[in-house]
Design a protein around this ligand. Structure first.
Ligand code: AMP
Length: 177
């Protein structure tokens, strides 16, 4: 059932060569978003490994992570928390710099986004070098959350992002290249 869903999703991902820089093959998920059946399957697939885990908050990483994290939060009956690019969140924040497969950026979380000890699942569309997700994980821990999992639709395994993320919380990826 979930395996069928994963295959349908994988078949609809569009490879865009040399975006945003020469040498990067961008995994474009917009064809999945535009199809109502596939769109809903994304939430099912990302939430599935965590159905039996207590999750209080689902964190989505700016910007594609937001789309999926809201779906997962609804399915797991959890709250949604955005981690945003610097300067977008209005209240008091914690910030971190992180390196990307193709650049560098800063991200922020509201200091009160997670209550002390709350169980947090982090969601993003794609795991590449792991810089983004590991910065998100550190931010969640800095504001008092316990990361109980990290779930991606896509993993580029050859970039070994899992190494950076560490092994103290399960890391799940539905489609691995
Ligand atoms: P990283 O920090 O290297 O793991 O990069 C992950 C972030 O960059 C995710 O938020 C992705 O959306 C984006 N990203 C990195 N590489 C790609 C790629 N080849 N295709 C699509 N998105 C990517």
């Amino acid at each position: 059932m979930i395996q069928d869903a994963i295959e349908k999703l994988a078949g609809a991902i569009r490879d865009v060569p040399d975006f945003p820089k020469p040498g990067i093959i961008f995994k474009d998920i917009t064809p999945l978003l535009g199809n109502p059946e596939l769109f809903s399957l994304i939430g099912d697939v990302l939430a599935d490994p965590f159905r039996d885990t207590q999750v209080d908050k689902v964190v989505g990483i700016d910007a594609r992570g937001f789309i999926f994290a809201t779906q997962v939060a609804e399915r797991l009956n959890a709250g949604f928390v955005p981690i945003r690019k610097k300067g977008k969140l209005p209240f008091k924040t914690k910030a971190r710099s992180y390196a990307l497969e193709y650049g560098q950026d800063d991200m922020e979380i509201h200091v009160d986004a997670v209550e002390p000890g709350q169980k947090v699942l982090i969601i993003d569309d794609l795991l590449a070098t792991g810089g983004t997700a590991s910065a998100a994980k550190k931010l969640v821990e800095e504001v008092g959350g316990e990361v109980v999992g990290v779930s991606f639709l896509i993993e580029l395994a050859f970039l070994e992002g899992r190494k950076l993320l560490g092994e103290n919380a399960p890391i799940k990826a539905a489609i691995v290249y």
